[in-house]
Design a protein around this ligand. Sequence first.
Ligand code: ADP
Length: 499
Amino acid sequence: MPTNPTLLAIDQGTTSSRAILFSRDSRIIALKQKELTLYYPEKGWVEQDAVAIWKDTLRVCRAALRSAPDEAACLAAIGITNQRETTILWDRRTGQPVYNAIVWQDRRTAAACERLRAAGHEEKVRAKTGLLLDPYFSATKIAWILENVPGVRERAERGDIAFGTVDCWLLWNLTGGAVHATDATNAARTMLFNIRNQSWDEELLKIFNIPGTLLPEVRDNVAPFGTARKKFLGRDIVVGGMAGDQQAALIGQACFEKGMVKSTYGTGCFALMNIGGEFRLSDNRLLTTQAYRFNGQTTYALEGSIFVAGAAIQWLRDGLKLFRRAADSEALALSVESSKGVYFVPAFTGLGAPYWEPQARAAISGLTRDSTAAHIVRAALEAQAFQTRDLMEAMKADAGGVPPVIRADGGLVANEFVCRFLAAMLDIPVEIPAVAETTALGAAYLAGLQAGVYAGLGEIRNGWRCARRYEPEMLKPGEREALYDGWKKAVKAVLPISA
Ligand code: ADP
């Protein structure tokens, strides 16, 4: 190994494909990014061009390596992290996708999920996968392609078609079609993988009417996944680690202890709590998922998914035009002493955890004659903390305790008001890591473990650095609870009457 080995993280996300070259001590040497187009062919449908996902990824990898040739020469391994659940089916012989990638946000299979629920399958699915029967996951998306693209089911039954989430698709392409494999965290989001016994589940395949011939091999998060061909990156290079984006962030935040929590605030918000090696279902409508699998040993996590976090700030900026840059929201929020009874429930696409209410819609409530844009903006920022508090209440009830600290990341944590209010509303300190790119860093760590750049998790744990820490000081206990009660009433008002 070179004395200064570097690691290339591919972070293939919903809105962009990125490649980041890291030094061994987590310094970003090069970062290249390309925006990715989303297509909305019908109401509730969301698709991407699978070939563009691959080509863009290859392009940003080449650009990142080219921009730092000396460090690129010391590249030890590649790690891949990706938007989860997004579903691609392709021809094993030609490598051509048979349909666009169906993106995780796509709701076209809502009615199919409803039918499966009515047929009494939800408990079985949950017991094996930890997931709720929702279009979010891959299984019903695969079934949709098999049903709706002529000839694909027959070809699949003959063994000519492969399925993969984005990690698997990129690996297959990087290896020139030699490897059809995924990792345990991505497999866990398909709704076909039994996360208790770590195998594709025959009964689930039957329920969703999917032939097992489609499926990739499932490996640990750290594994010799395959060799990216010389023709792509100038020399053969090992893909040594893969994980879905939220799990990669958990690893990038070094949350390896039971009870540790990371919360990522980007377009949406995803909080994961490490619950150790024992599978358990949530009694509070959180998901159970695989945190990671090392040396065949599985660690589980409880996951709370909130669909709209930073997207609410984007809407205030682009929809209402209340400010020009997302960062301006902070000064506006601080220009008033409180939100003065105004609440903003950002349920633009329904509510995720712990409500799971697709029919809910967003609302701004508690307006009076003297409410201003500043109160509304402040309410939108405060909503980030209220939504996280909802998740923390659920995690507390499930896990029997609260974490001593929350490790937060994502674009929104640049906003210090959000961080301070979050700490106060949770009554837990909030820590922001020195390396903000936790998702990509997690993928780099996995690759580095495989390549021997890191000796083990202990080294990664010790390398984690806190850049900023926020104590829960902003609110008095009475204020905190009164504000949270107001939030719960505001949420109740946007739920359908029957809920
Ligand atoms: P993603 O990875 O989901 O695209 P990012 O982690 O890049 O998202 O975060 C971007 C989101 O954070 C945007 O929705 C943006 O509105 C919001 N955001 C970024 N900076 C700030 C800020 N200073 N204050 C409030 N919101 C912000």
